[in-house]
Design a protein around this ligand. Sequence first.
Ligand code: SAH
Length: 217
Amino acid sequence: MIRDSHKQQGNRRKLVALLQEKGIKDKSVLEAIGKVPRHLFLNSAFEEHAYEDRPFAIGAGQTISQPFTVATQSELLQVEKGMKVLEIGTGSGYQAAVLYAMGIKVFSIERIKELYDKTSKLLPKLGYRVKCFYGDGNLGVPTWAPYDRIIITAGAPIVPEGLLGQLKPGGIMVIPVTEGDSETMKTITKQADGSVVVKEHGTFRFVPMLEDKHDLR
Ligand code: SAH
């Protein structure tokens, strides 16, 4: 049973209004955030705060991203229904669920086993048919490549070369690149000749992307 009370639905509508005030314009993004029950993606201890525009701890030292960050990244992806999107950093599964609700075929990879185990069970239980993988997102998911879009939801020290190779020509990667003690949100558009166009979209905060393969838990 999916628990989604009138109060939670009301709080969700208020969150959507807040995101609009903060500058999110894409209707399909706002609609998806209006539909996905964020309270089911976080620890029940935080449930009553689920529709505040804040990140929360999800275990293993990781966080569910702030709704404004999820909305911004989803908008910057400029998706069309039916596109194939690869997400690096499944975490709670909330971002993946929002993309799924936008009509996207979502592939998502997570590096921490505990989170992969939990979220790969939760998503289908809630009706989100996202393909989940356990492994190092720096290497992408070559089996299902190429992707129309790639979204990275952890702070990346560099743009992983291998990931660019899994992006279709004309495809867009949305990546928070660590610069000092925060992340600069960047879009990287791959041209037909393989060259890239990089644009910046403001400053955000992310947990760092895990680098060392030996760190695998
Ligand atoms: N998209 C998530 C955000 C989670 S925070 C959500 O909506 O909840 C970032 C996530 O990226 C964490 O779960 C972290 O474990 C994961 N991560 C960090 N480095 C990674 C890597 N190299 N490959 C795959 N996942 C990684």
